[in-house]
Design a protein around this ligand. Structure first.
Ligand code: SF4
Length: 487
């Protein structure tokens, strides 16, 4: 039988889709564009990737430009595309290419595999498409085509090595890049998961799956183990200016380096207990020797008596016992000092954590329990402390209100259900002559307006929290079972 690549390439010449990262016939291929698109396409659809690809390319047209960008900007631009480790690896890889390789991508599969964020599939795709190397890039589309073409009935994932080996037997000596793209294209548009359009397939005459009447049921899959389910609590804390407390996740691990709202750990099996919730909640920490607030300048230590009460969750907070005058503190380096109820409080977020960043680019916050909360979307009325909202019946502590419903999210390896608790941080409530301290156990945190939140690289699960809070605004009916999505 003739070379199987020939009918596929002939079909591709006629049916290839025009995609923004795909070079037209005769056009030079830019490895940067190929690499950028392939990283974006990992676990994401073409439709979702197109606008991000265009935006990245407009902003960072070369690997050198991307390498020069701050990571935070790249993460923010990536927001919404999911699986954020890809964005961090993209940035690391760009810097490595520029710093160690003079801005040139390696041209072999093996050398590409050594770069951050480049696995077997991406290395093969870049090697073939950008450098015409005889590589077989095998993704889910290609696995499906191979299983059907060769009538492989062994189930996935065990059959992966065999399907990859079969794909390699088909790689031609020329037009390697077109061949890789044609295989992927065939799986995406003709040999689809359900109801493959076999009559329009260039491999129909040689397809063993069709011949044996097995095609539509392939590839088979081993029974999938159910994902474990985790639960947690997340805290939506606002200040009188309507800003929301956020923190950054640790740089490594799930959603590494991304912003989040403070919360408990996500635990498998049972919901976090009261102790875990109390420990994780941003607490008005009043009493004991208050740490010196070092925010944008030297702050005097506050002397406040009595043991520090934990913030009470879902109930009245203990009364604050405080003494001593509060010195004025400049918050946020270049940011203007926040004026809080006539008293400038020392603000410390995080116990041993670094100084809280309050202010930054935000305008001066005229806080005091009397200033109107920022009216931003439907969020302000949920949990902002100012405006006409009645003051919580607490002094010093934070009263948390549990929103009805849960935020649900599906990660690759587990499902998650989050309770959302909303509360207000009202420094003015702790009384005149006091120094309220906001403690956020173990992590540094800072305030963002809801507008600023919208510009930040929030992971999908945290965006769902924002939506949940907004939908609960003025109503007791939170939305249950929100949509699923990636990280
Ligand atoms: S003939 Fe049908 S089943 Fe076989 S490869 Fe083509 S589309 Fe897939």
């Amino acid at each position: 039988m003739s070379d199987p690549a020939e009918p596929l390439l002939a079909w591709y010449d006629v049916h290839r889709r025009r995609l923004p990262w795909r070079a037209e016939p005769g056009e030079a291929v830019d490895p940067y564009r190929v690499w950028l698109s392939e990283v974006m396409l990992q676990q994401t659809t073409v439709v979702a990737v197109v606008p991000y690809y265009r935006m990245f390319l407009a902003r960072w047209p070369t690997v050198t430009a991307l390498a020069a960008a701050p990571l935070e900007e790249v993460l923010a631009a990536w927001a919404g595309l999911g699986y954020y480790a890809r964005a961090r690896n993209l940035h690391r890889c760009a810097r490595l290419i520029v710093d160690d390789r003079g801005g040139r991508f390696p041209d072999t599969e093996a050398a590409l595999r050594e770069l951050p964020g480049i696995g077997a599939y991406t290395a093969a795709a870049v090697a073939a498409i950008a450098f015409e190397q005889p590589a077989a890039a095998v993704d889910g589309n290609v696995e499906r085509v191979m299983a059907r073409l060769f009538a492989v009935t062994d189930p996935l994932p065990g059959a992966k090595p065999r399907l990859a080996a079969l794909a390699r037997t088909l790689v031609p000596e020329r037009r390697c890049g077109d061949f890789v793209q044609a295989m992927i294209e065939l799986g995406a548009t003709v040999c689809t998961p359900t109801r493959p359009a076999c009559l329009g397939c260039p491999w129909h005459p040689r397809c063993a799956g069709v011949r044996l009447g097995l095609a539509a049921g392939l590839p088979r899959r081993s029974e999938r183990r159910q994902r474990p389910h985790r639960q947690g609590v997340v805290f939506w804390l606002t200040d009188p200016a309507g800003r929301v407390l956020v923190r950054r996740r640790p740089p490594r691990g799930l959603l590494g380096g991304m912003l989040e709202f403070p919360g408990t750990e996500w635990i498998e099996g049972a919901a976090p207990d009261a102790d875990a919730i109390a420990l994780a909640a941003p607490a008005a920490k009043i009493g004991g020797p208050a740490p010196a607030a070092k925010i944008g300048g030297p702050a005097p230590a506050a002397k406040i008596g009595g043991p520090a009460p934990a913030a009470e969750i879902g109930g009245p907070a203990p009364a604050a016992k405080i003494g001593g005058p509060a010195p004025a503190v400049k918050i946020g380096g270049s940011a203007p000092a926040a004026k809080i109820g006539g008293l400038a409080p020392a603000a410390k977020i995080g116990g041993l954590a670094p100084a809280a960043k309050i202010g930054g680019p935000a305008p001066a916050a005229e806080i005091g329990g009397f200033a109107p909360a920022a009216e931003i979307g439907g969020l302000a009325s949920v949990a902002s402390c100012g405006g006409s909202a009645p003051a919580p019946a607490v002094a010093g502590g934070i009263a948390w209100r549990l929103l009805p419903g849960q935020v649900r999210h599906v990660f690759t390896h587990f499902t998650l259900a989050l309770e959302v608790r909303v509360g207000c941080w009202r420094p003015a409530d702790v009384g005149r002559g006091s120094v309220p301290v906001l403690a956020l156990e173990g992590e540094a945190g800072w305030w963002l307006t809801v507008d600023e939140l919208g510009r930040e690289a929030l992971p999908s699960v945290m965006r769902k929290v924002v939506t949940h809070v907004a939908e609960s605004s003025g109503a007791d009916g939170g939305r249950r079972g929100q949509g699923e999505g990636g990280a």
